[in-house]
Design a protein around this ligand. Structure first.
Ligand SMILES: [Zn+2]
Length: 246
């Protein structure tokens, strides 16, 4: 059986702004089984240096990534698939057809990235729900946030891992089934309930789209590590950033 070790290149943060829109601080995970290096979601444009730094910490570079698997086609999960020259990008067939059908200017849809995924004949694979796309990595239908959102399930070192993308964005949604930002609230709630059951049944860790890993212990949802983010100004001449939230 293929067993992956998971490395967080960027840990997601569940923030939004009343004045400047969604932060788009999504989670970025790398799965490594010694042969493949699979990036789960491709992050937003501001993550380019963070991706290089995160890979360098592992002794890797962008060319070493073999696969990029996309949970859905929102801008903060898709933007950097083009920077991995040797990778196959996996996109949900129905999600891509849906996104390509939206007019330019539709909120959260990165029009040019979607067009490029449609255009590429090589290096892009279409995937379906309930499919083993790579050894040990299975897709799970998880609609609601977008109509054809996919989650990914895999065995990892120690326990199962469930990459929920924005089907479960953060600790609050897993704990309460109350969702912020969904195209179909009833579908989202039913998706969260199914993913929560799978998590409990497999004693696993759920990796949300915008939060640190989550577990359920004795019926209680817990973060596996504290949530934090460092925010500062470009204008203060560099040096240590001392403003933390979360
Ligand atoms: Zn999203």
């Amino acid at each position: 059986m293929t067993t992956y070790v998971a490395h967080a290149l960027v840990e997601g943060f569940p923030g939004k702004s009343g004045s400047h829109g969604a932060f788009g601080w999504s989670s970025l995970w790398l799965l490594d089984d010694g042969t493949r290096r699979v990036l789960v979601d491709a992050g937003q444009p501001a993550y380019i240096p963070l991706i290089h730094e995160g890979l360098a910490r592992l002794g890797l570079e962008a060319a070493d990534v073999t696969d990029v698997v996309l949970t859905h086609l929102h801008w903060d999960h898709v933007a950097n698939f083009t920077m991995f020259a040797n990778a196959t990008t996996w996109v949900g067939e129905a999600e891509l057809a849906w996104a390509a059908d939206q007019p330019a200017g539709t909120k959260f849809i990165p029009d040019l990235h979607v067009q490029e995924l449609v255009r590429r004949k090589e290096g892009v694979e279409r995937m379906a729900p309930e499919q083993e796309i790579l050894p040990g990595i299975h897709t799970i239908a998880s609609p609601g946030h977008t109509p054809h959102h996919l989650a990914f399930f895999t065995e990892a070192s120690g326990s199962s891992m469930l990459f929920a993308g924005d089907a479960v964005k953060n600790v609050f949604e897993l704990a309460t089934s109350r969702v912020d930002s969904t195209m179909d609230e009833a579908q989202s709630v039913s998706t969260i309930d199914r993913l929560r059951s799978l998590l409990v049944d497999t004693s696993g860790v759920l990796l949300p789209g915008h939060d640190v890993g989550l577990t359920i212990v004795g019926g209680e949802v817990r973060r596996v590590r504290p949530q934090r983010a460092d925010i500062g100004y470009f204008a203060d001449g560099g040096g240590e950033q001392d403003r933390s939230i979360g």
